[in-house]
Design a protein around this ligand. Structure first.
Ligand SMILES: [Zn+2]
Ligand SMILES: [Zn+2]
Length: 298
């Protein structure tokens, strides 16, 4: 493995998720001779994936369905490793993670307000302060497990990608007809109410004028298709990492153990109880049983 491969792994470990531009600029900076353009960068990702796949990790390109930003995401592909998660998060934190997930899935718009998200701490089985809730939530926001956009919290790309099997089986209606990937935040057809990624729909409507699902004429393109795009997100904060930030000690360990633990086990370990808030939307049978105990199939 080349030294700039290691630096890139370290960078992705630290950020979890970042924009493609940020990651590309970082790589250009650390290896001017090797990474000059996007093709070089994509080759680097392939090479690094070859290395980290042995430890059940993968780096993928993804478009954020909330902000339409082009992202690069660090993922765990391992099915389960409870012992690692017990080190990374407490049982109560895992329960909190699961409760947020279920609340978002149960809401009509697949979003909950930040305040509701913090209030969930009072519904957990043991005492968990709002301050602690906010701290751990910030960690998950930075890691791309959740996204804060305006006053709302959404599923982050890392949760959607790592939990794809679980989410597909529990939310069969949340599939974009245009790309066949999961969609939770997008544009809804006013005829058939099917949701599509705003970025998929924007591309599709360049050449078509009917809904790809119900074939009715797409009378007026929901303004959100475009206004949702590129509004920016709090994802970008703390995403730039200077080369000075690289911790060479951590780097040594990074070659064998790739840091942040995946969220699938977070969910698995938390209880099966209903953790919804009273003011939550009715849920579609999604929180029972929760991801707890289920294997995230890859
Ligand atoms: Zn799509
Ligand atoms: Zn339709």
């Amino acid at each position: 493995m080349q030294i700039y491969h290691r630096y890139f792994i370290q960078y992705m470990l630290k950020n979890g998720v970042t924009t493609v531009d940020n990651a590309f600029n970082f790589c250009k900076h650390i290896s001017k001779e090797k990474i000059e353009n996007m093709t070089h960068f994509k080759t680097l990702v392939i090479e690094v994936n070859r290395e980290i796949s042995k430890q059940f990790y993968r780096i993928v390109f993804n478009t954020c369905e909330v902000t339409n930003q082009d992202l690069i995401v660090w993922l765990s592909t391992k099915d389960d490793d409870i012992s690692k998660h017990q080190i990374a998060y407490s049982a109560l934190e895992l329960e909190y993670f699961n409760a947020i997930l279920q609340q978002i899935l149960g809401s009509d718009e697949h979003q909950i307000t930040f305040i509701v998200c913090i209030n969930i701490t009072s519904t957990l089985t043991s005492n968990y302060s709002r301050d602690n809730g906010q701290k751990i939530l910030n960690k998950w926001l930075k890691g791309g497990y959740y996204i804060k956009h305006g006053e709302f919290i959404y599923l982050g790309p890392r949760t959607i990608l790592e939990f794809a099997s679980y989410l597909r089986s529990h939310c069969p209606d949340c599939i974009c007809n245009l790309c066949s990937e999961l969609v939770f935040t997008g544009t809804q057809c006013s005829h058939c109410y099917k949701k599509l990624h705003s970025y998929c729909l924007a591309k599709y409507l360049l050449n078509q004028s009917i809904c790809p699902c119900c074939k009715n004429i797409w009378m007026e393109l929901n303004e959100e298709t475009y206004t949702n795009a590129y509004l920016g997100t709090e994802l970008g904060s703390n995403q730039n990492m200077d080369t000075d930030d690289i911790d060479t000690d951590e780097m040594t360990s990074a070659s064998t153990s790739y840091g942040p633990e995946r969220s699938s086990s977070l969910v698995k370990r938390s209880g099966r109880r209903n953790t919804r808030n009273e003011d939550s939307q009715p849920n579609h049978d999604l929180n029972e049983p929760g991801p707890s105990g289920r294997k995230c199939q890859k």
